[in-house]
Design a binder for this molecule. Sequence first.
Ligand SMILES: [Zn+2]
Length: 268
Amino acid sequence: MLWILGAGLIVFILLSLKYCWWRPTVGLEHPRILMYHMISGSLSKQKHRGLRVSPEMFERQVAWLKASNWTFIKASELFTEKAQGDKRVAITFDDGYEDNYSQALPILKKYDACATLYLVTDRHERDWSVNKNAKHNSGDLMREAKLSDKQVAEMLASGVFELGGHTLTHCHLPSVDMATKTFEINECKKVLNATFATQVTSFAYPFGHYSDEDIKLCQAADFNTAVTTDEGIDTQPNAFRLKRVKVSGKDNFFAFKTRIRIGFRGHI
Ligand SMILES: [Zn+2]
């Protein structure tokens, strides 16, 4: 009898550490910025599983946000009137994978939602994981289909998506010289604005890595906001160090709802 109680207690403690359910909900007046990469199913042993949210799960998440009265905003609206009030959520996608067009766009349209796409300008035939660590040269990210300019143009024309900067080559900013990082930050904005006849105002640091110098460069390049991969929900936001709520392909739906509530999930 005692061992059943003991086992039950261990399971309870493990699940509690996993979901951090006891943590209080972050005030609903603070917008949630969700971070996605790919909307695609994954094989159990496939790499980058955390980056792949299945289309079914993504639809369930967007449908739940809508039904729970969350208002969808874009990153460029974070410090505007549209971000005022309770339950504001900004969906963001990093890099520019083709499934953002084939899978995410129809779902976002269906629920009258919107999103910001942080698009790598020079994104074809690249495995940018090597920019952070030369050993990461599996080529997995290179084989992943990326968005064509035509698809991006259609996503913008739909009104569902806006674009944000993510450098030219998914550059690891802290490890390159000043001239390179200046060029990567300034040029990506110019190229996106010119190619898609749009006004890009938000930036995402590749790999979520940045220095004070990089923040200054983004400000000088006239970006208004920059998002990181630091997990959480800002209660006193710094516009150039914005936290995001990571949506992981490894999570179940309860974990997603926990993340929306407190900004993250335990890591066991
Ligand atoms: Zn990225």
